[in-house]
Design a protein around this ligand. Sequence first.
Ligand code: SF4
Ligand code: SF4
Length: 149
Amino acid sequence: MSLCLACGFCCDGTLFNRVPLAEGDDPSLRVALKVLDGQHHGVQPCPALDGTACRVYAQRPLTCRRYRCLLLEAHESHEVSLEGAKQVVEETRALRAALAEAMGTADSGESVDRARARSTSLSEPARQALTRLERALAFHFLGQRSQRR
Ligand code: SF4
Ligand code: SF4
């Protein structure tokens, strides 16, 4: 299984809460991504995500085609093995699960977005769990080269 099929963080709401659409994108994506008239982005968790797979992969938005997180770049340049990269994904997933547990919610990218929105009113354990998760996401996945949203 490829790294991205073992991950999905850039589609499921863990990293981002929207996907900008470009003029060259397939118009049918507006239906698949449930984009409302006048809006120029799809929401995340992405409605086209099936587990960790993209249901509209062949027509996916330009933003999605171009995106490379730091971990994927490191793996593609042979700095990190597939096994090592998958381990990072699993460790990060465990941090997300810990956040959900501290919040008393189901583990999902959506719960991360909810935690970010309520960050000032979170319980102390949830705030600490969110901080640990954000650090891991920033260190392993995000960076200037991978900004997209
Ligand atoms: S690009 Fe990065 S964040 Fe997105 S699915 Fe692949 S490994 Fe995960
Ligand atoms: S369209 Fe596909 S690649 Fe793009 S965010 Fe949605 S699931 Fe991910």
